[in-house]
Design a binder for this molecule. Structure first.
Ligand SMILES: *Cc1c(COP(=O)(O)O)cnc(C)c1O
Length: 422
């Protein structure tokens, strides 16, 4: 018998998992929050012994999964067997990454999607019916707001937008039809933070589920579920994947709610690809290490910019000058790698010259990868808006958004210094 023939099938491998078992029954067990983030990121969800005795997980490039006989089909349908069936309902590699995410977010269960927006869509469709209402803060991710207002609006969902952090306005907007409260923390590009414990408490008081898009924070800097929030969303395209080479999204929350969202995913077909699953798993293993450098670069560059005579304003929650600083310090472990700033007395063309003069950051949207990225929000995301709309969104002509990667802090600062000299 060759070695290859002796490799046991996936379901025969013992699902040894000390951290957060992927099995649905086991996932009801509370996650041991004493486990460090990197330990969870490296080991959670992984079998002790794997296919081919490899230490790395395999990439299952398979659209369908076969059964040995009719009885195993029946056993599967009667849920006596936990296994994959058809790719749109999930693939074996996913369970591992979902267990890692649940462990990192300190939640019962996670579900992966093909992108962050697919995760948002899945969560909204699983929780909203015609006539239901949603309240969100006005700095919430603009595509999430667009989806709610324009598209779910056409299906009878009513959206209310209130100023970011204005809990009184949020509470006033809640009525018996309200189902979800949605916020981001920190927000993009203003880096406003909201008091997530207060946000969760309002939801509990009114029996409304709360959702935090924590893409900018990551579980390293903020764990919304530990503050009582019901669901946390990540665009895993950003820091979780971390290498600007994949699109993915996730929702973490109570096992029953996640099961409903997973069912919606099976209808939408917004499943993550096997290759992206592998890349995400690999990226997650170094998340905590990378976040340490992103946090360090964010703070170092923000301090440099704040002291620079050509810079009139810096948005970074790690700076004492940011309106969210005290709150951020009390609920976050770090402030991330996104820094937004304004070039003093510059029109949009002069500001563009600074963007074009940097040598290390590339010009592009997105954030959270190892490579630094720079963009002028007016040009990149709000070019087609009227000046009035830009004012409403708080996007100024001289604003630059810098998504710092993991390059050396001093190199990034030197590069900005030369760009600002011109
Ligand atoms: C990028 C992003 C999203 C959308 O994620 P995709 O993976 O691009 O679909 C949602 N929320 C925030 C805060 C983001 O930065």
């Amino acid at each position: 018998m060759s070695d290859v023939q002796r490799i046991p099938p996936a379901e025969a491998l013992p699902a040894i998992n000390l951290f957060c078992p992927p099995e649905s029954a086991a996932s009801k067990r509370p996650v041991d929050s004493a486990i460090g983030l990197s330990t969870a990121a490296v080991h959670a969800g992984e079998a002790r012994q794997k296919h081919g005795n490899a230490i790395a997980d395999p990439i299952f490039c398979s659209s369908t999964f076969t059964f040995s006989d009719t009885q195993s089909v029946i056993d599967f349908i009667e849920q006596k067997q936990s296994r994959a069936e058809y790719g749109r309902y999930g693939a074996p590699g996913e369970q591992v990454v979902e267990a890692k995410l649940a462990a990192l977010d300190r939640g019962e269960a996670s579900v992966l999607f093909s992108s962050g927006m697919a995760a948002v869509t899945g969560l909204l469709l699983a929780n909203l019916r015609s006539g239901d209402e949603v309240v969100f803060f006005d700095e919430c991710y603009h595509r999430t707001r667009q989806l709610c207002q324009q598209h779910l609006g056409q299906l009878g969902v009513v959206s209310h937008q209130v100023p970011t952090g204005d809990f009184q306005a949020m509470e006033q907007a809640i009525n018996e039809k309200t189902r979800l409260l949605i916020s981001e923390s920190p927000t993009n590009p203003h880096l406003s933070c909201i008091d997530v414990a207060e946000f969760a408490a309002i939801g509990k008081r009114h029996g409304v589920k709360t959702v935090i898009d924590a893409t900018l924070a990551t579980p390293c800097n903020l764990q919304p579920l530990t503050h009582g929030v019901d669901y946390v969303i990540h665009s895993a395209t950003k820091y979780l994947g971390g290498h600007n080479d994949l699109l993915a999204g996730s929702v973490t929350g109570p096992a029953s709610g996640i099961a409903e969202i997973r069912n919606i995913r099976g209808l939408l077909g917004s499943v993550i690809s096997p290759h992206s699953t592998y890349l995400l798993s690999r990226g997650l293993k170094t998340l905590e290490l990378r976040m340490e450098r992103h946090n360090q670069n964010g703070l170092g560059v923000a301090r440099f910019l704040e002291s620079h005579p050509r810079i009139s304003r810096v948005y970074y929650p790690g700076l004492g000058s940011h309106p969210s600083h005290r709150l951020a310090k009390s609920q976050m472990n770090g402030f991330g790698g996104l820094v937004t700033f304004e070039v003093a007395g510059s029109d949009w063309r002069e500001t563009a010259r600074v963007v074009d003069a940097v040598k290390i950051p590339r010009i592009g949207p997105s954030l959270g990868g190892v490579e630094s990225l720079i963009e002028q929000p007016l040009v990149m995301s709000y070019y087609e808006c009227t000046p009035g709309q830009r004012e409403e969104y708080g996007i100024t002509d001289n604003m630059i958004r810098l998504a710092l990667g993991i390059e050396n802090t001093d190199d990034l600062i030197d590069d900005l210094a030369q760009a600002l000299k011109r």
